[in-house]
Design a protein around this ligand. Structure first.
Ligand code: GCU
Length: 697
């Protein structure tokens, strides 16, 4: 048994929850009893439904759920770090290569369904833009845009509403889906009334499944625009009903239909449901957000309340471009551990909302112990990015303590990156945020809702981990000449490898001579199974223009890269014809931003990168005080235009993966001086290089 399953959990007060040490007989017994109790409640619930309608059944279910900690039972959690053969990850790279994909696949197969492919997002009509003064004199820019999420004419469109601070520089943004339309989120009368199908709610002005004028500002307490804008954050929202109308037969009108997924009949066990669709929609909105010059693409935070919190967590798991992930009271199928018999259970949720999950999930009703995954795994998918989990003490249906315990149990994923997770296993008192590391948590007083005080804690946490920081001042225009090739180095350039006459000005990862071959004036990656036979420039620089000509091979997808300072990688990959290119395709700053256009050439052709790299600036403690940026041209096309970045995101950075003493020395010197080397990456493909130079700025 692994250490993760052996770990003991302890809650606040006298209740110590024990994770069973393999006591399978005991476990089965608890599950059995719990299941019998649930069946009894269901019978009572159905009787109540017959007598007084469906809402009575819902109330009866909620009232009848187990709310006694003593009856939660014992349980064994699956090891969050395990790979396909059960062996736990031993390093960040091992996690990224072997274990994270396995854990993500378990969530796909058993809970949310297969991930949906990216599509091209287009804007319908003209975005509407206005400078507005909000309550309290807060100045903001309001933007409204209608996005066709799946490109095709028949695809559903989502209306996105944003308020951005007028700070003159790209801002971090909180993105969330809302329940009743954008007009319900704020009192601004200019907000477009949603056209989405919505569950009726007369009190909130939703009648005949459509929003009426009476729905304006009905949920405004949930979206404190003024407070966030005043803190320097933009806020963006869209209605979940635009993506998947929240009803069991909503598939046919949802994006799933446009994406060619079946809408009726027997669905495959891992056929995605509404949560997968909402999460996918968040990513498509992100596709548009990252292209807006006023938005800092590297600091978009996905937030969600309740069912939309489940979707936010799944979006953060599937799309690592979200810089931070926030779950508010997402409960069952969200942040709460499934194996605890407390509040809502798999049986409850799949009966009332059969369309939210993949069909396989409902087979675990009353058998949570048999699930090969659990919700701490979902939380771990956010690692190493900052994650915030919020509960409310009276929201027992969502199992606040179960949400906390999942956050504790997700921690080992951050530890692999040398980062603390939550930093405590004691359930904190109400209204006392905790989170010594990169996971934050609070349990608010009061019931199921999303309030300004929750948002303030999210923003405190984002301030701490994403930092509202200035970019380094821009340098002049950057318009390199990229043809004809080979290009000659300009005056002032330090040539790292020219036409093959001089030995390459690189060392190995250990500081010794390189073992890459020079063939016909080109330098060829000497590939290794460990993918860590990179070469390291002797020259050190802070900001620089970097030029490299390269040719990808067919092996291993042509994978290689220009690893600047060993922290930030301009991707080299066989991405010819890939549409839309992602943040892992050629032209991307790996894991930070996709290329603006796909400029890749096919395998076997010479290609050229010119990159203007502006390094981030750090204070004496190593904290980034000014973000870095890249502008890059690939094969004559602008692929990055001042994309900003903060801490390195790749699990493969050479100071972690395949590190040597020589590199440890380089990294600590770089932390001190801000100056570092250029790496050419071995990622298993014999990429060829020529004409590699840097011109320090
Ligand atoms: C129901 C459901 C929860 C969900 C919540 C919401 O209560 O049972 O799982 O989180 O609705 O989305 O408001």
């Amino acid at each position: 048994m692994s250490t993760a399953t052996e770990r003991r959990l302890s809650g606040a007060g006298s209740l110590a929850l024990e994770v069973a040490r393999g006591g399978r007989t005991g476990l089965a017994k608890v599950t059995d009893m719990a299941w019998r109790r649930r069946v009894f409640r269901l019978v009572v619930g159905l009787w109540a439904a017959g007598a007084c309608g469906v809402s009575c059944m819902v109330d009866s279910l909620a009232a009848d759920a187990n709310y006694e900690e003593a009856a939660v039972g014992t349980y064994t959690l699956p090891d969050v770090l395990a790979g396909p053969d059960g062996r736990p990850a031993t390093s960040a790279a091992d996690w990224a290569d072997r274990c994270r994909p396995h854990q993500l696949a378990l969530l796909e197969a058993n809970v949310y369904g297969r991930r949906l492919p990216p599509t091209l997002v287009s804007v319908v009509g003209d975005p509407e833009r206005a400078d507005v003064t909000l309550a309290g004199g807060v100045r903001a820019t309001r933007l409204q845009v209608r996005l066709k999420l799946a490109g095709k004419p028949e695809a559903p469109a989502a209306d996105v509403l944003l308020y951005l601070p007028q700070s003159g520089r790209p801002v971090p943004v909180f993105l969330n889906l809302n329940f009743k339309g954008n007009q319900a989120e704020h009192s601004d009368p200019a907000i477009w009334l949603t056209r989405a199908w919505l569950p009726n709610d007369e009190k909130s002005g939703i009648v005949g499944n459509r929003a009426t004028e009476a729905s304006r500002a009905a949920n405004a307490r949930r979206w404190p625009v003024e407070a966030m804008v005043a803190r320097g954050y933009g806020v963006a929202t869209a209605c979940y009903g635009d993506i998947f109308p929240d009803k069991p037969d909503g598939r046919a009108e949802s994006v799933l239909a446009t994406l060619g997924r079946p809408v009726d009949g027997d669905l495959a066990p891992d056929e995605p449901g509404a949560i997968a669709a909402w999460a996918w929609g968040l990513s498509r909105i992100l596709d548009w957000l990252v292209r807006q010059p006023e938005i800092d693409a590297t600091r978009v935070i996905v937030v969600g309340h309740s069912r939309n919190g489940k979707a936010a967590l799944w979006a953060g798991a599937c799309d690592e471009r979200f810089a931070m992930v926030v779950s508010n009271e997402s409960g069952c199928g969200g942040a709460a551990l499934e194996r605890r018999n407390y509040g809502e259970t798999t049986a409850d949720i799949t009966r009332r909302f059969p369309h939210w999950f993949c069909p396989k999930y409902s087979t675990f009703a009353g058998r949570a112990a048999e699930m090969p995954t659990d919700q701490h795994v979902l939380l771990a998918m956010a690692a190493p990015r900052p994650l915030y989990v919020a509960s409310a003490i009276e929201d027992r249906w969502a199992d606040p303590r179960g949400e906390f315990l999942a956050a504790v149990e997700a921690g080992p994923a951050w530890k692999l990156f040398g980062i603390e997770g939550l930093g405590t296993s004691e359930w904190p008192p109400v209204d006392t945020p905790v989170g010594g590391g990169r996971i934050g948590y609070h349990v608010r007083s009061g019931g199921h809702d999303l309030l300004e005080c929750d948002w303030q804690r999210f923003a405190d946490f984002a301030d701490r981990h994403l930092g509202v920081v200035e970019p380094v001042a821009a340098t002049g225009e950057f318009r390199p000449v990229q043809q004809p090739l080979p290009a000659a180095p300009p005056p002032g350039a330090i040539v790292l490898f020219g036409a093959g006459e001089e030995p390459p000005a690189f060392t190995s990862m250990a500081g010794s001579p390189i073992d890459w071959k020079v063939e016909n004036g080109t330098l060829v990656v000497n590939t290794t199974n460990g993918h860590a036979n990179h070469i390291v420039s002797r020259a050190r620089f802070q900001d620089a223009d970097i030029h490299a000509e390269f040719m990808v091979a067919a092996e291993a997808h042509g994978n290689s890269g220009i690893y600047i300072h060993g922290h930030y990688e301009m991707q080299i990959y066989d991405s010819f014809g890939v549409e839309p290119p992602t943040e892992q395709d050629e032209g991307s700053l790996y894991r930070f931003g996709p290329p603006l256009v796909n400029a890749s050439r096919p395998v076997g052709e010479w290609q050229v990168y010119d990159i203007r790299f502006i390094a981030p600036r750090r204070d004496a403690s190593g904290r980034i005080v000014k973000v870095g940026s890249v502008t890059a041209w690939l094969n004559g096309k602008l692929v990055q235009d001042g994309l900003m970045f903060t801490e390195p995101r790749s699990p493969y950075i050479p100071y972690r993966h395949g590190v040597t003493d020589y590199l440890r020395g380089i990294e600590s010197e770089m932390r001190r001086t801000g100056r570092g080397p250029l790496f050419l990456q071995d990622h298993g493909s014999p990429t060829r290089f020529r004409n590699v130079w840097i011109r320090p700025l």
